[in-house]
Design a protein around this ligand. Structure first.
Ligand SMILES: Cc1cc2nc3c(=O)[nH]c(=O)nc-3n(C[C@H](O)[C@H](O)[C@H](O)COP(=O)(O)OP(=O)(O)OC[C@H]3O[C@@H](n4cnc5c(N)ncnc54)[C@H](O)[C@@H]3O)c2cc1C
Length: 395
């Protein structure tokens, strides 16, 4: 049966970071929405996430930073260390000059704290209705409305339909239909450990990346500094040789890291080996909009994590989309087209730069020598590489 509450309402598919940010942004501008999540509960995985100053300003505008701040760690420096020598290569200081330049700090948070703060804010807004166990299977357009159909047979009508349904988006399948995302051949292992179990505490309020041939290891503290988040990644040799199955397993992780210093190898003990994440992105392309339906976040522009910006982009998308819808009145398709136009190349730049940054941090041989030489010429207050990104957008 068709549930027709308010035909001006926006339907949001997916209750991840992008979906809940969209509902909040719409509410902030006085618009009603319903969020449909296919899982039986809203939630996020139990690891860390970095928020560039561009995302911090958007989260502040959404009104969630006040609740999130006690849990967030304000990063002092972003540091790159050579994993083969344990020598620092360069750093970006996130102190006063950084904060003034980008009008916000760099923070790291637990995903559940970020998602939880946004979800709580959604629950407090009467403009937002949240649904779980609702898997979108299709949608049709009827006049000026969009009808979303769910696996349980229910249908809902809204003025616009936003596909924030992630990397393997059903909405994308319908709107663009460009098949599976691209496997990068990179595999990540994660682990969160109590801070007092961490042996080397030199960099306790920094975000540190040890970089080496085909590998890197990221470390930063979370939850007011009580736990340490650890992420180990390998760019699989097996995958590069054309072996598309079972690549990047714990054996390959250990083998790739065997060239690193004992200190770096020891840190591998902080990540779980029983689960890993195979990394994907997509070639950037426009065409996110069909009629009054549009894609957002990973559904529109999945990226590798090397700029730590996938979720930040989803949050920016949410703010821009809500602004376009507010301005457009009943011209929904024009608003969605304007949102796509505004977001397409910025998101594409993140996707492409993330790949390039991945190649740079994983370099070996002469490329590694050149990288280290060039990085040595930076100062901690050299921001040009990230200026376009961290300056962000206006709400
Ligand atoms: C190793 C790693 C590290 C990362 N680090 C960072 C970082 O430091 N900073 C950063 O900004 N980003 C980071 N990212 C990227 C970030 O995690 C993603 O970009 C972000 O979570 C995408 O959010 P989303 O809401 O678009 O999609 P998702 O989080 O995937 O949410 C999609 C939601 O839609 C639901 N769904 C799916 N299909 C349907 C359907 N048919 N019907 C209804 N619901 C559906 C899903 O259950 C899910 O809840 C990282 C990614 C990885 C892999």
């Amino acid at each position: 049966m068709l549930k027709k509450k308010d035909p001006r309402e926006v339907l949001v598919i997916g209750g991840g970071i992008g979906g809940v940010a969209t509902a909040l942004a719409l509410a902030r501008r006085g618009m009603r929405s319903q969020v449909f999540e296919k899982a039986s509960e809203f939630g996020e995985i139990g690891y860390g996430i970095q928020q560039g100053p561009n995302a911090y300003r958007m989260l502040d505008w959404l009104g969630v930073m006040k609740d999130l701040e006690p849990q967030a760690v304000f990063t002092r420096n972003l540091i790159l260390i050579d994993a083969l020598t344990d020598r620092e290569l360069t750093r970006i200081s996130c102190g006063d000059v950084f904060r003034k330049h980008f009008r916000a700090p760099y923070t790291v948070v637990h995903r559940r704290d970020l998602h939880g703060a946004m979800l709580e804010a959604c629950r407090k807004r009467e403009e937002i209705t949240l649904h779980t166990s609702k898997e979108l299977v299709g949608f049709t357009e009827r006049g000026k409305s969009v009808i979303a159909s769910f696996a349980d047979g229910s249908e809902y009508e809204g003025a616009a339909l936003i596909g924030a349904d992630g990397l393997r988006s059903r909405m994308r399948e319908i709107i663009i239909g460009d098949g599976a995302p691209r496997a990068a051949g990179h595999v990540t292992y994660r682990g969160v450990v109590p801070f007092d179990q961490v042996k080397d505490r030199e960099h306790f309020d920094d975000m540190v990346i040890w970089i080496g041939p085909r590998l890197h290891f990221v470390q930063y503290r979370l939850r007011g500094g009580t736990v340490m988040n650890n992420v180990a990644t390998v760019a699989s040799e097996k995958f590069a040789r054309g072996e598309r199955r079972d690549y990047g397993g714990p054996d390959e992780l250990a083998e790739v890291f065997s060239r690193t210093t004992p200190h770096v190898q020891e840190m591998l003990g902080y990540v779980g080996k029983d689960k890993n994440w195979v990394l994907h992105d997509r070639e950037p392309r426009p065409g996110w909009t069909r009629g009054n339906a549009v894609l957002l976040g990973d559904a529109a522009h999945p990226t590798l994590q090397y700029l730590a910006q996938g979720a930040c982009m989803a949050i920016e998308d949410a703010v821009v989309l809500s602004g376009m819808l507010e301005k457009a009145g009943s011209e929904i398709n024009a608003a969605l087209q304007a949102y796509e136009k505004e977001r397409y190349l910025r998101a594409a730049r993140v996707t492409i730069t993330s790949r390039i940054f991945g190649d740079i941090i994983h370099a070996d041989g002469g490329a590694r020598d050149l990288r280290n030489h060039l990085l040595a010429q930076r100062t901690p207050e050299t921001f040009w590489e990230v200026d376009w990104l961290y300056r962000g957008i206006e709400a």
